[in-house]
Structure formats: C-alpha cells, structure tokens
Design a protein around this ligand. Structure first.
Ligand code: BGC
Length: 751
C-alpha cells in the first residue's frame, strides 16, 4: 500500500479547480453529515415511515440549499434489502450531483459484515478475528464485507475499531482486537487492506474506505462505562494506544473518527494537539477526520466546555475536525459560516477540511460512479459464508478439557441448555441488522443457532434453556425458567452443553455494573453440575464475564465470543472433532472483579516480595492468560535459536523454532513470540508480543517457524514524545522456551 505521507495525491489539481468554484456555504455544507432519517418522511426527525420515502422538501433543503456532503446510517436503524439501498443511494447521489456536481459520501457501520443489509454475510466480530491470530482470514472477511457494501452503493465503512480492549467492563470490548497493541496493529492493517485494496488513490468499485476509530483512548474508561473519562499515562498512550492508529495510517487508511469521550481531562473533540498535532501532522494523515455521533453538540450539552453550539463548533473545527456527524439539524452549517465570517475559524481550516473530504470522494471514484455500478447482489456472495465459517472456527478457544471430554462422540446423548443455545442474536452481537442487534433472530436467514447446528449432528439431542433473555433492545434482562424438566434430562444425558454469556448490546445500553456472569446463569450451571459433571461450558459473550465460581464445576469450557452467523456450525465442528480448536485468547480472562490486568503488566504486579519482616509480595489472579488456548493434539517446541547474540539498533534479529505435532491428527497451532527488556530506564513491561504465526501440521509433522524482528521494534516510549531502544539484555520467549540477546547501543527511533 502507498504510505499516507502525501506529497500531493493525483487529485489535487481537480480539487483546487472545484474549490475555486465553491462558496463558503458550499464548503461548510461539505463538512456536514446528517442521518438518513432527516431526509425521510415520518412523524419525527429521528424516525421515518416504513417503507422509507424521501421528503421532497428536505431533499431540496439539504442538498440544494445547504449542499450537505455526507449522509449516514440506515433509516430507522433497520436493515434494508440491497434493492432498497440501491434506490435510496441513487436518489441521494442524483440530488447531490445535480446541486453542486459533487457526490455524497455515504457512511455506515459495517463492522462485521454489511450491518444494515438484509441477507449480508455476518463474520465474527473483531474480538474473534483477533483470537484467530490470522491476518489473512481477517483481511478476507473485510474484503467480502466491502464487496457486499459496495454492491449496495455504500462506499464508506466506520471500521475498524482500533481502541485497545484493556478494560473488560467496557461494552465495546468485543469491537476491539483485544488488549495487545501489536496484535491490534497487525489486525487493523489487515482490515484496512481488506476494505481498501492496495491503491488508496483509486479504489475499485468493490472496495470501501476504512475509518479508524475512535481516536484515541476511548476503550479505556476508568469506570468501564461507555463515554466516560479515560486516564492514560503519556508513555502508555504513545506506545500502546496510538500504535494501531499510527500503523494503520501508515498503510493508507483514508479516514479516522474521534473518541467521543474525555481523555486525560480533555474532550477529544476539542483536542487540537491530538487531532491536528499527533494525527494530521505527526502521522502525516491526509484523510478525513470525522466526529462521532453528536459529539460537537456534546461539547456544550454534555461536557460543558462550551456555552453554546456555536462555541462548540469553533472548538471542534479549530481542533482539526473535517466532517461533523451532526447528525439531525443544520445549525452546524449556520454557526460555522458565521464563525468564519467573524474570523473565529480561519478560512484555511475550512479549505483543509474540504480538500480532505473531496480527496476522499475522488479516491473512492464517486465522481465517476456515484451509485453502485451494478446494484446487484451477486450469486458469488454466497461463497463469503465459507470465509465467515473458517474465521469463526479459527477463533474458538478451548479453555479447559478435563479428562479429554472433548471431542464428543455424536453417538452420545446431549442436552443443550442455556439462554444462548437457540439464538442468532447472541452469536452475532451488536451492529447486526440494527445498532443493538435485537432484530437478528427475526431477520437473519443465514447460518444457524447452536441448537440447530447440533441438531443436524446428534441423534439424541435434548433442549431446555433454563434461563431466557428478556426481549428488546437492551441486552441485560433475564428470566429464570422452570428447570425441573431440564434437570431431569441433564440427569440422563451423556453430556450437557451449557451455552451462557450475554445478549447483544453495544455502546451505552451495554454498560454493566458487574462483570460476573449473571446470577441466574451461574445458578443454572451449579444445578446442572449436581446431576451431571460432563458439562461443556460455552461462553458466547462480548466481554469476559467472570466464571470463577462455576469453572471448577465444568469439565470442558469453550470461549466462542461473538463468532457471527456461522459460529454455531464452527462450534459443532470443534465439539465433534472435525476441527481441532486453535483460537487463542486475545485478552487476559479475569477471575475477580477487582483484579483486572493485561499480559504486558509491570513487574510490581507480580513481585515476589521484598527482604525484611514484612510481606510485600503481589498476587496475580487470573482465570486464563492472554494467548491461552488448547487443542486436541500436543505441539512440541524445540531448537529455539536466535541469529545473533547481539545487534545494533539498526539491525534485526531472526528467531527460529521447530514445532512438531505430536498428536495423531492434523491440527493448527498459533506460535507466539514475546520479548522483554531485562532492565530499562523506565519500568519495562513484563513482556511484549513481537510476533505470531498460524501453522497447520499433519500428525507427526515438524515445521520450522521464524520471526524477523527489527531492533527498532523493541523501543519503548519515554513519555516525552520519543521512542528509544536501550542497550542491554533482552529476553525472547516462545512457548516457555527462552533465550537472551543484547542490543549494543541506545538509540532514538523515528516513528
Ligand atoms: C459510535 C460510532 C459509530 C457512530 C455512527 C456512534 O454512536 O460511537 O462507533 O461509528 O455512532 O453510527
């Protein structure tokens, strides 16, 4: 991919020519994004009639009068057919081209498939893609999603989420690639490549623009609740949270969305240092910076740093915002025109924003083909299901398998229980056919529920949920059902598959007060365990709900996260042994509510005490570590070697290891390389992930795996804006095998 350091994209002359013909009002209109409902006929601004019908007066106002440049999301937050999308986009583009000759930029959140398209393929959510440790399958999912979006005329995707999943209470934890910055960076770049292809100046009609979000620190609210303040130390921000953004910008991501919340005391939408300094100047980002939903208004109405909307607009636009996701009214346009006329917002700022927006429209080819080229849902989209299923299978993590209970013989009798057993909604999570995913069970025709998938393979299958989720958008309500019959069946079944976890949610409605798995679900497992110990616990959840109380009661446990519509078939493949599980946890699974930690902790978290009369040792209690994941075979690691004993900061070092499949069947294995600084001028992390590779080995087969690591990648942030790699000893580790090497000199590393 071409780097984002842009010394002039091929479109600059055309943009200059176009801008020369635009008035201030035209330019401000381009900087405005409205929700589609604003254009629809209906009782309120927030809702439209079904089926969606344009309001002629609003169309004229929005496009002819205000020259609005961007529209987002689906009418009434509900999925449409590809045909309906085609009709809507065609009308919008026709109006847009007719008024100013500039196409409209339509954006949606297709975060694991084309969210708002009926019949779309739903892939595993990001937390699952991370668990595959397979950038290839992640990129393939994104590519399929882009094809499906673009065939509906949707060119801009608010994805990927590059916030780190380091706060498990956060209701968008599952939208992340987990806690590790290296994994998130690699996966983020894979998704950008999958969405955009490899020519960021001329995207073909099958690709969409990515949007990295939410810049930055959004995923680490101290309270765990969505859109509440985050405090992240400067070195941690530089080294961990900014890294995925830096790398995804470097591979050419075309847009970035700003964190809705407050970071280190400052609302991100007014943070000029962050948006203009760090992102646009520091990272040489030449794409579009879009606000999050209503977040300029939030500067006055929520965060109270502005007395009125006009002051909020001034703060945000001067901070470096290019496009305002307003999304309901046109006051932003009026305010911004006045601010420029009064000299409170410089014209150069407007020109910078508009240039970026037009550049994106040119890059997307929208001037030549504003709507979908064909508008046809192609038969080959059916093949996307195979990608989704493979990704789901690779993401399933076998957490525990006492006495080899798994794989299960399909000839045995099986009771399937739990509130997640018969739901496509829970397999997919939020952003599926609607924002909260509450319509999935009625609307999703593809894939199957766990019950349906297992029903195809087991002759003697019984079902009783025991606990059910309350219907509706907010995923948290549950009811305990009569369990008499269930316990009767559990007594006689050979094994019980208990599908627990969470209902779908995202953002604020997903806030939780308690990370523990619900009391009703824990009680269900306890009751079943009194009559049958052959429990296979299936964790279908968006964040790691605590299971410390019930885990000792089950013989096998599988984390399936949010594997998408084909997750149930993939789960059946794993449970019945068609596939050996190979997913690895992309986060540290906590055991206690107040013992939340990530794998790259500081040594004081695990100190073994200090000399003297007092006990200062630290306790580290976790349920399962980052990278944990069992399979049905054993892999043996040997001959771990490094290409050198010492390297300079300009050199790289190659690590190699031999991996042998000691089992009696083919299986896949994820090889993880960690490196840690033995001593540094600031406390080093316990360890840092520096490489991963997924391999497939036949029974008895040995393969060599090697990793090339540049010394510059060992650098850490010094908290003063520099990255340094320091001379001294480093320890590399693969599967418990360690070796040390030396860096010969200290050096500052350019980012
Ligand atoms: C979310 C964003 C999303 C936007 C547009 C916001 O509420 O925070 O992630 O892209 O809505 O739908």
């Amino acid at each position: 991919m071409i780097a984002a350091r842009n010394d002039g994209s091929p479109w600059e002359a055309r943009i200059t020519e176009l801008m020369g013909r635009m008035t201030l009002r035209d330019k401000v209109g381009q900087m405005t994004q409205l929700a589609i409902n604003v254009l629809g006929r209906g009782p309120r601004l927030y809702d439209s009639d079904t089926p969606f019908r344009f309001d002629g007066q609003m169309l004229a106002r929005v496009f002819d009068e205000y020259r609005v440049g961007s529209i987002l999301t689906a009418p009434n937050n509900t999925a449409l057919t590809p045909g309906e999308w085609h009709r809507i986009i065609a009308e919008i583009q026709q109006r847009s081209m007719q008024s100013l000759g500039i196409p409209c930029l339509y954006g949606v959140d297709s975060i694991h498939g084309a969210t708002y398209v009926r019949g779309a393929t739903f892939f595993p959510q990001q937390i699952n893609l991370a668990a595959t440790f397979d950038c290839g399958v992640a990129a393939a999912s994104a590519e399929c999603c882009a094809r499906e979006m673009r065939s509906c005329g949707l060119p801009w995707n608010f994805s990927p989420v590059l916030d780190l999943g380091r706060m498990p209470l956060w209701p968008r934890f599952w939208e992340t690639f987990g806690e590790d910055p290296y994994l998130a960076s690699r996966m983020g770049c894979a998704l950008v490549g999958g969405y955009q292809g490899d020519d960021r100046e001329r995207l073909p009609g099958t690709r969409v623009a990515a949007c990295l979000k939410h810049f930055v620190g959004y995923g680490s609210p101290a309270s765990g609740k969505d859109r509440t303040p985050a405090a992240v130390a400067p070195c941690e921000l530089e080294e961990k949270h900014l890294r995925p953004f830096r790398e995804a910008v470097a591979v050419g991501a075309l847009s970035v969305m700003v964190n809705s919340g407050i970071l280190n005391g400052i609302p991100c939408h007014m943070n000029r240092g962050l948006i203009t300094g760090t992102l646009k100047e520091g990272m040489h980002f030449d794409g579009v910076v879009v606000t999050d939903w209503l977040d300029i208004a939030n500067l006055c109405e929520r965060d109270r740093v502005a007395a009125d909307l006009r002051q909020a607009v001034k703060l945000a636009v001067n901070a470096g915002i290019d496009l305002a996701m307003v999304p309901y009214d046109l006051q932003f346009c009026r305010d911004l025109v006045e601010l420029v006329e009064a000299g409170d917002v410089p014209m150069e700022r407007i020109d910078d924003a508009v240039r970026r927006i037009l550049r994106l429209k040119f890059r997307l080819g929208l001037f030549d083909a504003p709507s979908a080229t064909d508008g046809v849902w192609l038969p080959e989209f059916r093949e996307h299901a195979a990608v989704a299923r493979r990704a789901a299978a690779e993401s399933i993590v076998l957490l525990k398998n006492e006495g080899g209970l798994l794989p299960l013989d399909p000839g045995r009798s099986l009771l399937v229980a739990g509130p997640n057993a018969d739901s496509k909604r829970t397999l997919n999570g939020g952003w599926t056919l609607s924002w909260q995913g509450e319509t999935t069970d009625g609307m999703e025709q593809n894939g199957s529920t766990v019950l349906e998938a297992f029903g195809k393979r087991v002759l003697r299958l019984f079902h009783a949920p025991g606990v059910a989720y309350s219907p509706g958008g907010n995923g948290s309500g549950e009811v305990e059902l009569d369990q008499t019959e269930l316990l009767g069946m559990a007594r006689t079944a050979d094994a019980v598959l208990v599908c627990v976890g969470e209902n779908s949610y995202t953002e604020k409605p997903g806030d939780t007060e308690d990370l523990a798995l619900s009391e009703a679900q824990q009680r269900l497992v306890e009751r079943i365990s009194r009559v049958n110990r052959n429990i296979i616990l299936v964790l279908n959840e968006g964040r790691p709900r605590l299971i410390g109380r019930i885990e000792p009661l089950v013989r096998a446990a599988l984390w399936i996260g949010l594997p998408g519509s084909y997750g149930a078939e993939a789960l059946a493949d794993v449970v019945f042994g068609r596939i050996s599980p190979s997913g690895r946890l992309p986060f540290t699974y906590p055991k206690y509510p107040h013992s939340l930690i990530c794998h790259d902790f500081k040594h004081c978290e695990r100190a073994t005490g200090m000399d003297g009369a007092y006990d200062y040792s630290s306790r580290l209690s976790i349920q399962y570590p980052f990278g944990h994941g069992l399979g049905y075979t054993t892999f043996e690691y040997a001959c771990f070697r490094a290409s050198a004993r010492s390297i300079s900061p300009e050199e790289s070092i190659r690590f190699s290891v031999e991996v042998t499949n000691r089992g009696d069947r083919e299986a896949e294995e994820v090889v993880l390389l960690f490196i840690s600084d033995r001593v540094a001028s600031l406390p080093p992390d316990n360890r840092r992930l520096q490489g991963f590779r997924r391999i497939r080995l036949a029974a008895g087969q040995t393969a060599g795996v090697s990793f090339e690591v540049e010394a510059s990648r060992l650098a850490f942030a010094d908290g003063c804006g520099r990255f340094i790699v320091e001379e001294g000893e480093f320890v590399a580790c693969i599967a418990g095998h360690t070796l040390s090497f030396e860096v010969t000199r200290t050096a500052t590393i350019e980012q």
